[in-house]
Design a protein around this ligand. Structure first.
Ligand SMILES: C[S@@+](CC[C@H](N)C(=O)[O-])C[C@H]1O[C@@H](n2cnc3c(N)ncnc32)[C@H](O)[C@@H]1O
Length: 210
């Protein structure tokens, strides 16, 4: 994820709202203890997710791919006290760390963590959803999109991470490259949504359900 100039990335980071001490600590512990800490969204995208939740005045949000809980806690911050965020993952060490931080956060009470395969977890979450954040295995992106779209209310948002895949979408080679490129093409041609592909971090597709 090094296709944006470091100085520009740092500048954007510095002029984005602070994430607060708990999320900074979560980020540090993720880097110390979990594999692939680069998967954590971080301050720039985390604050964007919180902003989107606030702008939508969302009350029900679903996340696919919790990891250590950074993006879940970021979005939960934007929810009202009676808001609900469902998030799911299959990786026990990541789930354990996420639970610890959900417990420590004042926003943790809004979060329900569903353990197991995402497609099974999606079935358990009832409509209507105001926003969905897709950030798990890339090969299943279209499956997740199709599974959540009927549950999203009209005017709601599906936000999809890593859609530029470090620039590899320009010349797809392996299975994940092709999966993401095909996902981008499919949703762009889908009349049920209107989309904007943001060049934030590794690419963030914002798809508004008509
Ligand atoms: C990119 S990370 C999520 C990062 C997280 N949103 C954040 O900002 O910190 C992707 C996560 O998806 C999870 N995952 C991968 N395949 C999955 C599946 N089939 N069902 C549920 N979770 C899955 C992985 O265990 C991993 O924790």
């Amino acid at each position: 994820m090094d296709f944006i100039d470091d100085r520009i990335e740092r500048y954007a980071f510095n002029y984005t709202e602070d994430e607060g001490p708990l999320l900074t600590q979560l980020k540090q512990e993720t880097h110390e203890k979990l594999e692939l800490p680069v998967m954590l969204t971080g301050r720039l995208e985390g604050r964007l997710l919180k902003l989107l939740v606030q702008l939508l005045q969302a009350k029900r949000v679903l996340e696919i791919g919790t990891f250590s809980g950074y993006s879940a806690l970021s979005m939960a911050e934007g929810l009202p006290d009676d808001g609900e965020l469902f998030t799911c993952d299959i990786d026990p060490p990541a789930i354990e760390m996420a639970k610890k931080y959900f417990h420590r956060s004042e926003h943790g009470k809004k979060i329900t963590l569903l353990e197991g395969e995402a497609l099974k977890s999606i079935e358990k979450v009832e409509a209507p959803l105001d926003m969905v954040f897709i950030d798990a295995d890339k090969a299943n992106y279209l499956n997740y999109y199709e599974a959540v779209l009927p549950k999203v209310r009209s005017g709601g948002l599906i936000v999809v991470d890593n859609v530029l895949w470090s620039g590899r979408v320009l010349d797809p080679q392996d299975e994940s490259d092709h999966a993401i490129h095909n996902f981008n093409r499919s949703v762009h041609a889908d009349d049920r949504v209107e989309g904007v592909l943001l060049t934030v971090r590794d690419g963030v597709f914002c798809l508004r359900k008509k």
